[in-house]
Design a protein around this ligand. Structure first.
Ligand code: FPP
Length: 239
């Protein structure tokens, strides 16, 4: 396990959990089986990130473009989110993990919205790590909605805009920029995820399908992050 070194260990890790469907199909199983196994990987990643000292973990669970998938897959995913929110909340509490769901809520079912509200309320005082689940999330939509809640565009600063994004994402206390973005499943793209927050994120792409993504893969991504020279547009400290 990595020691938590502030400023060096990534404080905000974001993951695009890709490859559930292919993982299942490679085994002759329906795609929804891959999502069920993917949920086990979510638990592993959350608990490992928490133990490792990550402060914010943002997981891409359902993009706004995922509504275009077959209805039975969408339905199975929504049911799985609701079931897991209910069943995993005691474990989140045990681990001191605060849950926050980012994304639109108006298109979610009332049952799912209720489960989200309850899980957020019950874990609100947990200070160990914040788990942000992105559901019906689109970064572009978020940016557009953030722009509409800022009244005086001419006086707006980057910090004001970041605060507006945090408000739109139901995180009024603010969230630090993403340090490390991991995408599993072998694809190398951002798919409308955290475009503002990833301005200086280090990107790590793993060929591992999400259900197979284990603690050692997480550590490998962090090691890759730690080996990078983050210059934020400046010059290397080594020069
Ligand atoms: C992408 O893989 C994954 C999703 C769209 C769903 C993510 C859901 C989970 C990890 C399951 C449980 C989550 C929670 C929060 C309990 P894909 O289906 O696009 O895979 P493919 O690229 O192989 O088709």
């Amino acid at each position: 396990m990595h020691a938590a070194v502030p400023g060096f260990y990534p404080q905000h890790v974001a993951i695009i959990m890709d490859g559930n469907g292919r993982w299942a199909q490679q085994r002759g199983r329906p795609r929804t089986f891959g999502h069920l196994e993917g949920a086990k990987s979510v638990r592993r990643a959350v608990e490992h990130a928490r133990r490792s000292g990550v402060r914010f973990l943002t997981l891409y669970a359902f993009s706004s473009d995922n509504w275009s998938r077959p209805q039975d897959e969408v339905h199975a995913l929504m049911k799985l989110f609701r079931r897991k929110l209910v069943s995993e909340t005691p474990r989140l509490l045990e681990n001191g993990v605060r849950l926050s769901v980012v994304g639109r809520r108006d298109r979610l079912s009332p049952e799912l919205r209720r489960a989200i509200d309850a899980a957020e309320r019950e874990t609100a005082d947990c200070g160990g790590m914040t788990l942000r689940l992105a559901v019906d999330y689109s970064s572009r939509d978020t940016l557009v909605r953030a722009a509409t809640i800022l009244p005086r565009a001419e006086e707006m600063t980057r910090d004001d805009f970041a605060r507006a994004i945090a408000m739109v994402n139901h995180c009024p206390g603010g969230v630090p920029d993403v340090d490390l973005l991991v995408r599993t499943g072998g694809e190398q793209r951002l798919s409308d995820f955290l475009l503002w927050e990833c301005a200086y994120a280090e990107l790590v792409f793993s060929r591992r399908m999400w259900p197979d993504f284990a603690e050692a893969d997480f550590d490998q991504a962090v090691d890759e992050f730690r080996s990078r020279d983050r210059r934020f547009g400046g010059l290397s400290k080594a020069i």
